[in-house]
Design a protein around this ligand. Structure first.
Ligand SMILES: [Zn+2]
Ligand SMILES: [Zn+2]
Length: 256
């Protein structure tokens, strides 16, 4: 099976308070970039039942054989900072107050669920999420940058995959503004274009970014894993130094 139809997961439109692009604009920009399908994940807290109905119709009106929106939402949960979950292929409004309600609701209302950017909850993932999630986002180009995947997210994924082999590893753009394309893609086969969510759940995809590609279970040799950890640590040190320099330069500018 050749995985050569690019798509993207984790995109926000202006249905999100912090999203810059209309769905029309996203469709146009994605087609220009060769992206044929998008698992869109607007912030659930920015919609209500009525707006979600409009959102579903809006996504459908902009989907055809050339390009497809898979409607979905990104949920957050009171008391669990940084634990964000996607419901991908969501076909009706749900308003989960906790993880149990999220998984019970999505089991019939959504096609696929993902734990987003585990770095944001410092990899402290509630047990019920580990027990019921369909995928872990091992590379979020917003939090992890476009240059390197997140080795700790991959370790978290591998540990879960050993126990639950059906769980897959996804990558996410976390795009809020299409003028910045951070380049990660999810590739499926042409045969799956009619239903990309099915391909995601079944692991019929591979992922790619600027300088790495992964299969759907993030297979890595111990050597590759070591190398990623070393590069990640070095990259993070440089990034922190740069941030400090920027702050120092700003302070200098202000004190003059
Ligand atoms: Zn998030
Ligand atoms: Zn997001």
């Amino acid at each position: 099976m050749t995985f050569d139809v690019p798509g993207a997961i984790h995109m926000h439109s202006d249905y999100s308070h912090d999203g810059a692009d209309s769905l029309e604009n996203l469709r146009e920009v994605c087609i220009a970039r060769g992206i044929r399908w998008v698992g869109i994940t607007d912030h659930a807290e920015d919609l209500d039942e009525e707006i979600f109905g409009e959102y579903l119709a809006h996504c459908a009106s902009l989907s055809d054989d050339a390009f497809r929106f898979i409607p979905g939402l990104e949920f957050r949960f009171a008391g669990f900072r940084g634990v964000h979950l996607f419901a991908v292929g969501l076909d009706r409004w749900i308003q989960p107050r906790n993880f149990q309600e999220f998984f019970d609701g999505t089991s019939t209302a959504a096609r696929f669920t993902v734990l987003a950017h585990p770095v944001l909850c410092r990899y402290n993932v509630p047990q019920i999420v580990l027990d019921r999630i369909d995928a872990i986002e091992i590379w979020n180009t917003n939090y992890n940058t476009r240059y390197l995947a997140d080795p700790r997210a991959i370790e978290l994924y591998h540990a879960l995959h050993a126990r639950r082999p059906e769980v897959v590893a996804t990558v996410g753009l976390d795009q809020h503004d299409s003028s910045n394309d951070r380049e990660v893609r999810t590739l499926i086969s042409a045969d799956d274009m009619a239903d990309p969510a099915d391909a995601l759940k079944a692991g019929r995809f591979r992922t790619s970014g600027r300088n790495a590609t992964f299969d759907s279970v993030a297979s890595m040799s111990p050597g590759e894993m070591r190398s990623l950890r070393v590069r990640r640590t070095a990259f993070d040190v440089v990034e922190r130094l740069q941030n400090r320099m920027v702050i120092a330069i700003r302070r200098l500018a202000v004190s003059r």
